[in-house]
Design a protein around this ligand. Structure first.
Ligand SMILES: [Mn+2]
Length: 341
């Protein structure tokens, strides 16, 4: 059966590009998550195994709970090493763009990557831009890590998926699939995970490294958020959380501390939509999660400069926290009515 992650024509183009040892650079999106780093560093290991010189360049330094990933420390981060990051991209033969599909997602790397003559895209987000010579775009794939695995196997590189690469790829698969529970998880996803396990991946260690990383401040912020800042709208089957700057300050907020808070709203029985608003220095950040056929990515694209996946998406607002929540509330009934269950 053909695999939608690996179209034959694109595979042949990539095979040609990689038939001689090259200088490759892998880039991923701003605020790189488990899938962004896992796919980038995982592919780095695989392509090194295949004889290429490979570097990973990230637009900004990732949250430190992912620092343990094998190879992560080697990645250049533009915010800390801007000159080295840009010159690495400019002197490369090929730039591989992983886990994003619009060049405005890579912050200060945008211009250098735009100028690179040969770009390869590997990604699973909706509505890819047409900037790459070779495009692997599969919006049904559970993660970019799963796509990297499939492409590596299709290229005949399965022997280069060693323990380090397997650990990176498994980590991104776990984080992007909500521990294999989102709709994007397929029998194929589980087969890939099983194969990575057979390569020695320690799933308990990875789970602990991802999950057991709370600070006391973060847990207290979570408790406060659920107790004081969450509104439940049973008639609309929606929960809304809004956190302001003072809330964050009170609990010594660090980047990443509110990651995943939105999911608690959706875990209440009967809810089909959870909204999370947080006031950041220049902008109000918005996260939406939904169940079933309720395309929050389209809603955010239309109203809040956002996008993502049908059941998990992000956006932003330049208005105040109150005004942003108000705007959301005023648009909500029509959005829900347009997508009855
Ligand atoms: Mn991803």
């Amino acid at each position: 059966m053909s695999n939608p992650s690996v179209p034959a024509d694109q595979l042949e183009k990539l095979r040609e590009l990689l038939d001689q040892p090259k200088r490759l650079v892998i880039v991923s999106h701003y605020n790189p998550d488990g899938d962004a780093i896992g796919s980038s560093v995982g592919l780095m290991h695989i392509l090194r195994g295949a004889g290429h010189a490979v570097k990973v360049v990230l637009p900004n330094t990732p949250a430190d709970f992912l620092d343990w990933m094998p190879g992560r420390a080697e990645a250049l981060c533009f915010d800390r090493s801007p000159d080295a990051s840009l010159s690495t991209i400019r002197t490369s033969d090929i730039v591989l763009c992983l886990d994003f599909n619009q060049l405005d997602r890579i912050g200060g790397l945008e211009e250098a990557v735009r100028g690179a003559k040969t770009k390869v895209l590997i990604d699973h987000h909706q509505q890819p831009g047409e900037f790459a010579a070779v495009m692997f775009s599969d919006v049904t794939a559970s993660s970019t890590c799963q796509m990297v695995y499939d492409i590596a196997v299709a290229l005949g590189f399965e022997d280069h998926i060693g323990l380090e690469a397997a650990t990176c790829l498994y980590t991104g698969m776990v984080t992007d699939s909500g521990s294999f529970r989102f709709r994007s998880t397929t029998p194929h996803t589980m087969r890939v995970a099983a194969d990575l396990m057979e390569r020695g991946v320690a799933i308990d260690v990875i789970h602990g490294a991802i999950a057991d990383t709370n600070s006391a401040d973060r847990l207290r912020l979570l408790g406060f958020t659920l107790h004081e800042r969450m509104t439940v709208l049973p008639d609309l089957r929606t929960t809304v959380i809004g956190l302001n700057k003072d809330d964050l300050k009170r609990f010594n907020f660090k980047t990443g501390d509110t990651e995943g808070f939105v999911n608690y709203g959706l875990s209440i029985k009967g809810m089909r939509l959870a909204a999370f608003f947080v006031e950041r220095p220049d902008v109000v950040k918005i996260s939406l999660r939904s169940k079933g056929d309720l395309p929050v990515d389209r809603f955010l694209k239309e109203h809040f400069e956002g996008g993502g996946h049908a059941n998990a998406a992000g956006g932003q607002s330049k208005e105040s926290l109150e005004a942003s929540v108000q705007k959301f509330m005023s648009l909500l009934p029509a959005f829900l009515a347009a997508h009855p269950e």
